[in-house]
Design a protein around this ligand. Sequence first.
Ligand SMILES: [Zn+2]
Length: 166
Amino acid sequence: MMDIRRTVSVHMLECCRSAAVSLPSIVMNQYEASISRAVVDAIQTFAEAARPSECCGLLSGSNGIITDLHPLRNLAEQPEIGYFAAPEDLFQAMVRIRESGHKLIGIYHSHPKTMAYPSSKDVAMAFYPDAYYFIISLEPAADLRAFRIEDARIEAVTINLIDAAQ
Ligand SMILES: [Zn+2]
């Protein structure tokens, strides 16, 4: 057993050395998402109102700063443990974002009872590699975190709070 394990780890090391480019990133906080404090407050308000279900929606803005929130109805069969945005809501929100000259920057949803980290389903359903995925956990305390999810790889994103005055 021990020998096999040693062989495997040596082999992996060699693989890593010879293919450094394909190594998963271990650099934390490579990404930073700027979001207005008012939007963060709104995410929490919607998350608490949706309890025990998860809430979900889009986040838009310009110059890379999230200033607007677009709540979407959650039509998941089990909305307590997942989200599926109503397609017509999604369409209308995308039109609204485009018409206001904004860009889609992020997607948010809540985890009423679990921690603010993407579930395996969240990863499987992450179709926007350029978006910041915001997850707010409500228990034991409100906790908002952001991630990038690309090819099933999850990277933590630093949240940069912007006050409305700016
Ligand atoms: Zn989730």
